[in-house]
Design a protein around this ligand. Structure first.
Ligand code: NAD
Ligand code: GLY
Length: 349
Protein backbone atom coordinates (compact mmCIF):
# COMPACT_ATOMS: atom_id res chain seq x y z
CA UNK A 1 0.00 0.00 0.00
CA UNK A 2 1.21 3.52 -0.78
CA UNK A 3 -0.17 6.67 0.81
CA UNK A 4 0.17 10.34 -0.03
CA UNK A 5 -1.33 13.55 1.28
CA UNK A 6 -2.53 16.55 -0.67
CA UNK A 7 -2.15 19.73 1.35
CA UNK A 8 -4.42 22.05 -0.62
CA UNK A 9 -5.41 25.42 0.84
CA UNK A 10 -9.05 24.41 1.19
CA UNK A 11 -8.50 20.82 2.33
CA UNK A 12 -5.89 18.23 3.29
CA UNK A 13 -6.68 14.71 2.17
CA UNK A 14 -5.15 11.29 1.69
CA UNK A 15 -4.63 9.31 -1.46
CA UNK A 16 -4.37 5.56 -0.90
CA UNK A 17 -3.02 3.29 -3.64
CA UNK A 18 -3.43 -0.44 -3.16
CA UNK A 19 -4.10 -3.52 -5.26
CA UNK A 20 -7.40 -4.96 -4.00
CA UNK A 21 -8.30 -1.88 -1.97
CA UNK A 22 -11.90 -2.02 -3.07
CA UNK A 23 -12.51 -5.26 -1.17
CA UNK A 24 -11.93 -3.28 2.04
CA UNK A 25 -13.62 -0.10 0.88
CA UNK A 26 -15.93 0.18 3.86
CA UNK A 27 -12.91 0.35 6.19
CA UNK A 28 -11.90 3.54 4.41
CA UNK A 29 -15.33 5.20 4.56
CA UNK A 30 -17.00 6.53 7.64
CA UNK A 31 -19.46 3.80 8.62
CA UNK A 32 -22.11 6.05 10.07
CA UNK A 33 -22.59 8.14 6.93
CA UNK A 34 -25.31 7.60 4.36
CA UNK A 35 -23.59 6.98 1.03
CA UNK A 36 -24.62 7.84 -2.52
CA UNK A 37 -22.67 5.99 -5.20
CA UNK A 38 -22.41 7.67 -8.60
CA UNK A 39 -21.15 5.48 -11.43
CA UNK A 40 -21.89 4.60 -15.06
CA UNK A 41 -23.59 1.70 -16.83
CA UNK A 42 -20.29 0.13 -17.99
CA UNK A 43 -18.92 -0.11 -14.45
CA UNK A 44 -22.28 -1.36 -13.20
CA UNK A 45 -21.99 -4.26 -15.67
CA UNK A 46 -18.32 -4.96 -14.95
CA UNK A 47 -18.58 -4.73 -11.16
CA UNK A 48 -22.19 -5.76 -10.32
CA UNK A 49 -21.43 -6.96 -6.78
CA UNK A 50 -19.61 -3.79 -5.83
CA UNK A 51 -22.24 -1.48 -7.30
CA UNK A 52 -25.20 -3.38 -5.90
CA UNK A 53 -23.65 -3.36 -2.43
CA UNK A 54 -24.65 0.31 -2.22
CA UNK A 55 -28.29 0.95 -1.49
CA UNK A 56 -28.27 4.43 -3.01
CA UNK A 57 -26.76 4.41 -6.46
CA UNK A 58 -27.07 6.74 -9.38
CA UNK A 59 -26.03 5.24 -12.70
CA UNK A 60 -25.32 7.58 -15.60
CA UNK A 61 -24.76 6.76 -19.27
CA UNK A 62 -21.19 6.05 -20.32
CA UNK A 63 -19.39 8.52 -22.55
CA UNK A 64 -17.83 11.97 -22.79
CA UNK A 65 -20.94 13.09 -24.68
CA UNK A 66 -22.95 12.62 -21.47
CA UNK A 67 -20.64 14.88 -19.48
CA UNK A 68 -23.18 17.66 -19.84
CA UNK A 69 -25.77 19.77 -18.09
CA UNK A 70 -28.51 17.17 -18.62
CA UNK A 71 -26.58 14.44 -16.79
CA UNK A 72 -25.59 16.90 -14.08
CA UNK A 73 -29.26 17.82 -13.62
CA UNK A 74 -30.20 14.12 -13.52
CA UNK A 75 -27.64 13.47 -10.76
CA UNK A 76 -28.73 16.48 -8.69
CA UNK A 77 -32.40 15.55 -9.02
CA UNK A 78 -31.70 11.97 -7.94
CA UNK A 79 -29.72 13.17 -4.92
CA UNK A 80 -32.48 15.58 -3.88
CA UNK A 81 -35.26 13.05 -4.56
CA UNK A 82 -33.48 10.62 -2.23
CA UNK A 83 -33.19 13.36 0.37
CA UNK A 84 -29.43 13.71 0.57
CA UNK A 85 -28.29 15.65 3.64
CA UNK A 86 -25.20 17.77 4.15
CA UNK A 87 -23.56 15.19 6.42
CA UNK A 88 -23.89 12.40 3.81
CA UNK A 89 -21.14 11.17 1.50
CA UNK A 90 -21.03 10.97 -2.29
CA UNK A 91 -18.80 8.31 -3.87
CA UNK A 92 -17.57 8.75 -7.45
CA UNK A 93 -16.79 5.32 -8.95
CA UNK A 94 -15.49 5.62 -12.50
CA UNK A 95 -13.16 7.41 -14.84
CA UNK A 96 -12.70 11.13 -15.26
CA UNK A 97 -16.20 11.68 -16.64
CA UNK A 98 -17.92 10.22 -13.57
CA UNK A 99 -15.39 11.85 -11.22
CA UNK A 100 -15.76 15.33 -12.72
CA UNK A 101 -19.57 15.19 -12.78
CA UNK A 102 -19.98 13.60 -9.36
CA UNK A 103 -17.45 16.04 -7.91
CA UNK A 104 -19.36 19.03 -9.24
CA UNK A 105 -22.65 17.56 -8.03
CA UNK A 106 -21.03 17.20 -4.59
CA UNK A 107 -19.80 20.80 -4.75
CA UNK A 108 -23.23 22.13 -5.70
CA UNK A 109 -25.91 20.10 -3.96
CA UNK A 110 -26.95 21.70 -0.66
CA UNK A 111 -23.95 24.03 -1.26
CA UNK A 112 -21.50 21.19 -0.70
CA UNK A 113 -21.51 17.58 0.43
CA UNK A 114 -18.33 15.58 1.06
CA UNK A 115 -17.22 13.19 -1.67
CA UNK A 116 -14.69 10.44 -2.22
CA UNK A 117 -13.02 9.70 -5.53
CA UNK A 118 -12.69 6.03 -6.49
CA UNK A 119 -11.01 6.31 -9.90
CA UNK A 120 -11.17 3.27 -12.18
CA UNK A 121 -9.22 4.32 -15.29
CA UNK A 122 -5.48 4.94 -15.44
CA UNK A 123 -6.14 8.55 -16.47
CA UNK A 124 -8.36 9.17 -13.48
CA UNK A 125 -5.94 7.36 -11.14
CA UNK A 126 -2.94 9.44 -12.22
CA UNK A 127 -4.70 12.73 -12.82
CA UNK A 128 -8.38 13.66 -12.67
CA UNK A 129 -9.26 12.22 -9.24
CA UNK A 130 -6.64 14.43 -7.58
CA UNK A 131 -6.68 18.20 -7.33
CA UNK A 132 -10.37 19.06 -7.14
CA UNK A 133 -11.17 20.17 -10.68
CA UNK A 134 -14.81 19.21 -11.24
CA UNK A 135 -17.37 20.09 -13.89
CA UNK A 136 -18.86 19.31 -17.26
CA UNK A 137 -18.77 20.31 -20.94
CA UNK A 138 -21.01 22.77 -22.81
CA UNK A 139 -21.49 23.38 -26.51
CA UNK A 140 -18.99 26.23 -26.12
CA UNK A 141 -16.21 23.93 -25.00
CA UNK A 142 -14.84 21.38 -22.57
CA UNK A 143 -15.13 21.72 -18.80
CA UNK A 144 -16.34 25.32 -19.02
CA UNK A 145 -18.74 24.87 -16.09
CA UNK A 146 -17.38 23.64 -12.81
CA UNK A 147 -15.71 24.32 -9.52
CA UNK A 148 -12.54 23.61 -7.61
CA UNK A 149 -13.83 21.23 -4.95
CA UNK A 150 -11.47 18.82 -3.24
CA UNK A 151 -12.52 15.28 -2.32
CA UNK A 152 -12.39 13.91 1.25
CA UNK A 153 -10.06 11.18 0.02
CA UNK A 154 -8.96 9.34 -3.11
CA UNK A 155 -9.02 5.54 -3.07
CA UNK A 156 -7.03 3.96 -5.91
CA UNK A 157 -7.32 0.24 -6.54
CA UNK A 158 -4.95 -0.85 -9.33
CA UNK A 159 -7.05 -3.99 -9.87
CA UNK A 160 -9.56 -1.87 -11.79
CA UNK A 161 -6.96 -1.58 -14.54
CA UNK A 162 -7.34 -5.32 -15.27
CA UNK A 163 -10.66 -4.70 -17.03
CA UNK A 164 -9.56 -1.48 -18.74
CA UNK A 165 -9.11 -1.67 -22.54
CA UNK A 166 -5.52 -1.21 -23.79
CA UNK A 167 -6.45 2.02 -25.54
CA UNK A 168 -7.61 3.49 -22.22
CA UNK A 169 -4.37 2.37 -20.55
CA UNK A 170 -2.52 4.30 -23.24
CA UNK A 171 -4.65 7.39 -22.72
CA UNK A 172 -3.57 7.36 -19.06
CA UNK A 173 0.05 6.82 -20.06
CA UNK A 174 -0.21 10.01 -22.13
CA UNK A 175 -0.64 11.94 -18.86
CA UNK A 176 2.09 9.90 -17.15
CA UNK A 177 4.60 10.79 -19.86
CA UNK A 178 3.42 14.41 -19.56
CA UNK A 179 4.43 14.42 -15.89
CA UNK A 180 7.93 13.30 -16.89
CA UNK A 181 8.26 16.35 -19.17
CA UNK A 182 7.24 18.75 -16.36
CA UNK A 183 8.71 16.93 -13.35
CA UNK A 184 11.21 19.64 -12.40
CA UNK A 185 8.44 22.26 -12.29
CA UNK A 186 6.39 19.96 -10.07
CA UNK A 187 8.98 18.95 -7.48
CA UNK A 188 12.71 18.90 -6.68
CA UNK A 189 12.33 15.48 -5.12
CA UNK A 190 13.99 13.14 -7.62
CA UNK A 191 12.51 10.10 -5.85
CA UNK A 192 9.16 10.93 -7.44
CA UNK A 193 10.49 11.97 -10.85
CA UNK A 194 9.34 9.84 -13.73
CA UNK A 195 11.73 10.39 -16.66
CA UNK A 196 14.49 8.01 -15.57
CA UNK A 197 11.90 5.45 -14.55
CA UNK A 198 10.12 5.64 -17.92
CA UNK A 199 13.42 5.60 -19.85
CA UNK A 200 14.32 2.29 -18.23
CA UNK A 201 10.81 0.76 -18.08
CA UNK A 202 9.71 -2.17 -20.22
CA UNK A 203 6.64 -0.74 -21.94
CA UNK A 204 4.99 -4.18 -21.91
CA UNK A 205 5.52 -4.79 -18.24
CA UNK A 206 4.80 -1.65 -16.27
CA UNK A 207 4.54 -1.37 -12.52
CA UNK A 208 1.32 0.63 -12.32
CA UNK A 209 1.45 1.09 -8.56
CA UNK A 210 4.78 2.87 -8.92
CA UNK A 211 3.68 4.88 -11.96
CA UNK A 212 0.49 6.02 -10.25
CA UNK A 213 2.34 6.84 -7.04
CA UNK A 214 4.92 9.06 -8.76
CA UNK A 215 2.35 10.75 -11.02
CA UNK A 216 0.02 11.53 -8.16
CA UNK A 217 2.91 12.67 -5.95
CA UNK A 218 4.00 15.11 -8.67
CA UNK A 219 0.45 16.37 -9.11
CA UNK A 220 -0.14 16.60 -5.34
CA UNK A 221 3.00 18.70 -5.03
CA UNK A 222 1.69 21.18 -7.62
CA UNK A 223 -1.84 21.31 -6.20
CA UNK A 224 -0.46 21.85 -2.71
CA UNK A 225 1.39 24.94 -3.97
CA UNK A 226 -1.26 26.32 -6.33
CA UNK A 227 -4.71 24.83 -5.83
CA UNK A 228 -6.67 27.21 -8.06
CA UNK A 229 -4.24 27.62 -10.96
CA UNK A 230 -3.05 31.12 -10.16
CA UNK A 231 0.29 30.21 -11.77
CA UNK A 232 2.26 27.00 -11.38
CA UNK A 233 -0.67 24.59 -11.83
CA UNK A 234 -0.94 25.62 -15.48
CA UNK A 235 2.13 23.46 -16.20
CA UNK A 236 -0.15 20.44 -15.79
CA UNK A 237 -1.79 21.57 -19.02
CA UNK A 238 1.33 20.83 -21.06
CA UNK A 239 0.18 19.58 -24.48
CA UNK A 240 -3.44 20.32 -23.60
CA UNK A 241 -4.02 23.54 -25.58
CA UNK A 242 -3.15 21.74 -28.81
CA UNK A 243 -5.05 18.67 -27.58
CA UNK A 244 -8.16 20.76 -26.96
CA UNK A 245 -8.21 21.82 -30.64
CA UNK A 246 -7.50 18.29 -31.85
CA UNK A 247 -10.39 16.91 -29.77
CA UNK A 248 -12.79 19.67 -30.86
CA UNK A 249 -11.95 19.46 -34.58
CA UNK A 250 -12.42 15.69 -34.52
CA UNK A 251 -15.65 15.96 -32.47
CA UNK A 252 -14.17 14.04 -29.53
CA UNK A 253 -14.68 10.88 -31.60
CA UNK A 254 -11.38 10.09 -33.28
CA UNK A 255 -8.89 10.28 -30.42
CA UNK A 256 -9.04 9.72 -26.70
CA UNK A 257 -7.98 12.61 -24.45
CA UNK A 258 -4.57 11.03 -23.77
CA UNK A 259 -3.94 10.42 -27.45
CA UNK A 260 -4.71 14.07 -28.18
CA UNK A 261 -2.40 15.12 -25.33
CA UNK A 262 0.42 12.96 -26.73
CA UNK A 263 -0.07 14.52 -30.18
CA UNK A 264 -0.26 17.97 -28.56
CA UNK A 265 3.01 17.39 -26.69
CA UNK A 266 4.77 16.50 -29.95
CA UNK A 267 3.53 19.74 -31.51
CA UNK A 268 4.67 21.68 -28.43
CA UNK A 269 8.12 20.08 -28.67
CA UNK A 270 8.38 20.89 -32.38
CA UNK A 271 7.35 24.49 -31.71
CA UNK A 272 9.90 24.83 -28.91
CA UNK A 273 12.61 23.43 -31.15
CA UNK A 274 11.69 25.87 -33.97
CA UNK A 275 11.91 28.73 -31.46
CA UNK A 276 15.33 27.51 -30.22
CA UNK A 277 14.01 26.84 -26.70
CA UNK A 278 15.29 23.25 -26.84
CA UNK A 279 17.98 21.41 -28.82
CA UNK A 280 17.56 18.59 -31.32
CA UNK A 281 18.75 16.01 -28.81
CA UNK A 282 15.88 16.79 -26.43
CA UNK A 283 13.38 16.94 -29.29
CA UNK A 284 14.42 13.45 -30.42
CA UNK A 285 14.38 12.15 -26.85
CA UNK A 286 10.82 13.40 -26.33
CA UNK A 287 9.50 11.95 -29.59
CA UNK A 288 11.17 8.61 -28.81
CA UNK A 289 9.64 8.48 -25.33
CA UNK A 290 6.14 9.21 -26.67
CA UNK A 291 6.67 6.57 -29.38
CA UNK A 292 8.11 4.02 -26.95
CA UNK A 293 4.65 3.80 -25.38
CA UNK A 294 2.94 4.21 -28.75
CA UNK A 295 0.83 7.09 -27.47
CA UNK A 296 0.26 9.35 -30.47
CA UNK A 297 -1.70 7.55 -33.22
CA UNK A 298 -0.77 10.25 -35.75
CA UNK A 299 1.38 13.33 -35.56
CA UNK A 300 -0.70 16.00 -37.31
CA UNK A 301 -4.36 16.13 -38.29
CA UNK A 302 -5.89 17.44 -41.51
CA UNK A 303 -7.37 20.77 -40.51
CA UNK A 304 -8.08 24.38 -41.30
CA UNK A 305 -5.27 26.16 -39.44
CA UNK A 306 -7.34 29.27 -38.69
CA UNK A 307 -10.06 27.12 -37.13
CA UNK A 308 -7.39 25.30 -35.10
CA UNK A 309 -6.04 28.61 -33.78
CA UNK A 310 -9.55 29.91 -33.05
CA UNK A 311 -10.31 26.88 -30.93
CA UNK A 312 -7.00 27.34 -29.10
CA UNK A 313 -8.23 30.84 -28.29
CA UNK A 314 -11.43 29.52 -26.69
CA UNK A 315 -9.38 27.62 -24.12
CA UNK A 316 -10.02 28.49 -20.43
CA UNK A 317 -6.40 29.56 -20.07
CA UNK A 318 -6.75 32.36 -22.62
CA UNK A 319 -6.20 35.80 -21.16
CA UNK A 320 -6.67 39.08 -23.11
CA UNK A 321 -7.39 36.89 -26.19
CA UNK A 322 -3.78 35.66 -26.13
CA UNK A 323 -3.07 31.96 -26.44
CA UNK A 324 -1.16 30.71 -23.39
CA UNK A 325 1.15 27.87 -24.25
CA UNK A 326 3.14 25.62 -21.97
CA UNK A 327 6.35 24.82 -23.85
CA UNK A 328 9.42 22.73 -22.97
CA UNK A 329 12.58 24.70 -22.30
CA UNK A 330 14.92 21.99 -20.93
CA UNK A 331 14.72 18.35 -19.85
CA UNK A 332 11.85 17.87 -17.41
CA UNK A 333 11.03 21.56 -17.43
CA UNK A 334 8.47 23.80 -19.14
CA UNK A 335 7.59 27.49 -19.11
CA UNK A 336 4.35 29.32 -19.78
CA UNK A 337 4.31 31.72 -22.75
CA UNK A 338 1.63 34.12 -23.94
CA UNK A 339 3.68 35.81 -26.64
CA UNK A 340 4.11 33.05 -29.21
CA UNK A 341 3.26 34.35 -32.67
CA UNK A 342 0.28 32.72 -34.39
CA UNK A 343 2.40 32.21 -37.53
CA UNK A 344 4.91 30.17 -35.54
CA UNK A 345 2.10 28.05 -34.11
CA UNK A 346 0.58 27.55 -37.57
CA UNK A 347 3.91 26.26 -38.91
CA UNK A 348 3.76 23.17 -36.70
CA UNK A 349 0.06 22.33 -37.22
P1 NAD B 1 -13.89 8.04 -19.03
O1 NAD B 1 -14.34 8.41 -17.71
O2 NAD B 1 -14.78 8.32 -20.19
O3 NAD B 1 -13.50 6.49 -19.04
C1 NAD B 1 -13.04 5.89 -20.23
C2 NAD B 1 -13.82 4.60 -20.52
O4 NAD B 1 -13.39 3.57 -19.66
C3 NAD B 1 -15.31 4.73 -20.32
O5 NAD B 1 -15.97 4.02 -21.32
C4 NAD B 1 -15.53 4.08 -18.97
O6 NAD B 1 -16.83 3.57 -18.78
C5 NAD B 1 -14.53 2.97 -19.04
N1 NAD B 1 -14.06 2.44 -17.77
C6 NAD B 1 -13.84 3.12 -16.62
N2 NAD B 1 -13.26 2.31 -15.71
C7 NAD B 1 -13.15 1.09 -16.28
C8 NAD B 1 -12.63 -0.15 -15.86
N3 NAD B 1 -12.05 -0.29 -14.66
N4 NAD B 1 -12.68 -1.19 -16.71
C9 NAD B 1 -13.21 -1.05 -17.96
N5 NAD B 1 -13.70 0.10 -18.43
C10 NAD B 1 -13.67 1.16 -17.59
O7 NAD B 1 -12.48 8.74 -19.41
P2 NAD B 1 -11.16 9.05 -18.57
O8 NAD B 1 -10.07 8.94 -19.54
O9 NAD B 1 -11.11 8.30 -17.30
O10 NAD B 1 -11.37 10.58 -18.19
C11 NAD B 1 -11.52 11.57 -19.19
C12 NAD B 1 -12.27 12.73 -18.57
O11 NAD B 1 -11.52 13.22 -17.48
C13 NAD B 1 -12.47 13.89 -19.52
O12 NAD B 1 -13.80 14.32 -19.41
C14 NAD B 1 -11.52 14.96 -19.02
O13 NAD B 1 -12.00 16.26 -19.23
C15 NAD B 1 -11.48 14.65 -17.55
N6 NAD B 1 -10.26 15.08 -16.89
C16 NAD B 1 -10.38 15.78 -15.74
C17 NAD B 1 -9.25 16.19 -15.05
C18 NAD B 1 -9.40 16.88 -13.73
O14 NAD B 1 -8.39 17.36 -13.20
N7 NAD B 1 -10.57 16.93 -13.16
C19 NAD B 1 -7.98 15.89 -15.54
C20 NAD B 1 -7.88 15.17 -16.74
C21 NAD B 1 -9.03 14.77 -17.39
N1 GLY C 1 -5.39 18.12 -15.28
C1 GLY C 1 -4.94 19.44 -15.04
C2 GLY C 1 -5.16 19.89 -13.64
O1 GLY C 1 -5.66 19.16 -12.81
O2 GLY C 1 -4.84 21.01 -13.33
Amino acid sequence: MKKLTVNAKTKNYDITIKEGLIAEILDYLQQDKKKFLITNNTLEKLYPDLVSSFENKIVIKDGEEYKNFETFEFIINELLKRKIERKDLILALGGGVVGDLAGFAAASVLRGVNFVQIPTTLLSQVDSSVGGKTGFNTKYGKNLIGAFYQPESVLIDTNFLKTLPVREIKTGLGEVVKYSFIEKNCSDDEKIHLSKYLDEADSNNLDFKEIIYRSVALKASVVSKDEKEAGLRAVLNFGHTFAHSIETITNYKKFTHGEAVAMGMKLAFELSYNLNFINKEYLDYAFNLIDKFNLAPVYKIECDKDEYINIMKSDKKVSNSKIRLVLPTSKGEVKIFDNIKEDDIKKVL
